[in-house]
Design a protein around this ligand. Sequence first.
Ligand code: ADP
Ligand code: MG
Length: 555
Amino acid sequence: MSSDANTPVLRNCIQLPLPEEELLEVTAKAKDYAIMHGAAMRSKTAFSPDSLNFAPFVLVPSSFPRKEFEKAVALQPIINRLMHNVAHDEEFITTTLAETIKVDEFTAGLFNIYRKVLAHGFTQKISLGMLRSDLMLESGCPELSPRALRLEAGEDAEAAEGKEAGTAAAGTGRKEEAERKEHREKQLCQATRERERRATGAQSAYCCWKQVEINTIASGFGHLGPASKTIQRFVLSELGHADKLHNMPDNKALAGLCDGMVRAWEIYAKPKAVILFIIEDVSYNICDQRFHEFYIRETYPHIKVLRRTLTEVHREGKLGLSKELLLGSLEVAVIYFRAGYEPGHYHSQAEWDARYLMETSLAIKCPSIHYHLAGTKKVQQALAQPAVLERFINDPEEIKAVGKIFTGLYSLDDNEAGNASYEMALRTPERFVLKPQREGGGNNVYGVDIPDALKRMSRVERSAWILMDLIHPPLTKGYMVRPGGDMPPQIVDMVSELGIFGVVIGDAEHIMHNYQAGHMLRTKLSTANEGGVAAGMGALDSPYLIDSDDEDENN
Ligand code: ADP
Ligand code: MG
């Protein structure tokens, strides 16, 4: 939905369409290959713990500019450090979430645990962060964001935040002023696209990338990311394009993430202690989780992984004399949350109690509660404000590099700036996405649906949400293969979202490990708002790195 008839298209890695017979044969083979290599999920419509469907996938890899990919990879350790520092800044987290927790019960529940832990002191000072920074290419413009355009037009920074709306709307010419503004904002939007095309040449399909969100809890696809590459490598080879495989970057996400858990386990330093995965009542994305478990057992045969729901931890868990977390007779060294990020995972007070019990234990948590809070959309919005990064990053070059990844993010708090963002969203909703403090997909409100959603909220309720500029990724064209889908599949217009994994381990004073740990690419129909694979809208994909728009054109 963030694309239109003018959206540029990235060139394909191979020439499409494929002859029908070849397409049918390779698709059937690729489906089997996917199932047999664990690129699979439990069916939501015909669930059985005894069977798997292949996960939807894109047949050949989607193109992604090499330079932008490498930039994202290089930036990840800086983002890791940023998030680590944010998580340990009590004042920042508390002020940033102050308004939100007045109205958002779920975030308030998490914050309440944080408050209690702060009051008693952290039993375990070390945290394990396994982050995923999600990003999309922007086919609009780097410097010519609506904000920058306003600044360029001579309006001041406050106006760029929309703060002028209150005064403008106050007088008798309120309606005219609003119309004038609306017209100007439309012009600014068009100008953004136009100027970018002119500046970079008509063929350029992108200019930079922007962060969609940063995940600090249950950052999935450590297995499915690399597995997607495996399927597409097979397909390209089957189609006679083995010469192109070198453009598919290495992806060691599974190893990187699991090794992170094991580094934390080593720091805990009790040879008999286990790693605990916190899981949903029913895990559809079972392969992704299990492959983490299997990797650990295969690579480190002496380490045991347990899987428990929050409800089970409440039933079985207790603290020992040194506050170690005990499940029966087993001591837990590391807790990896693959659940606990949405209200539906907390059926009753029992699950909240279990979360608190774990938080107060000696186990190293991924994430610990402050890391979880640092990953909220509200914190992301606060980080994107001018001068805030300086609080967490020292190096001016790094501040500049991180500052560039944010697109416009606006507070909807009940104050002058928030109310101005509200007016701006009502005037030009098609420019925005509205986000609550939720994870896991399906919670956002897009474009023209925003005014109704906002009008249903009280001023105070709005502070549970943030407003964000829509990113307009370029299109790719390809075949999306789904269980029960058309055979042969049709060529469709798609857009991709790249996730870069990062691992960071440390306490408030020291970072002991900090590295980038592979990537994942999810691709959705260009008409879809969201592209969660587990949620059913997206498909597994992996990047095919291209150096310029003209190279390889006649393949
Ligand atoms: P969640 O925590 O639910 O995953 P996200 O912020 O990642 O929330 O949003 C879900 C999806 O919505 C993203 O994966 C992306 O497809 C789409 N989306 C989110 N923000 C934007 C944006 N600013 N521009 C375009 N699409 C977006
Ligand atoms: Mg997301």
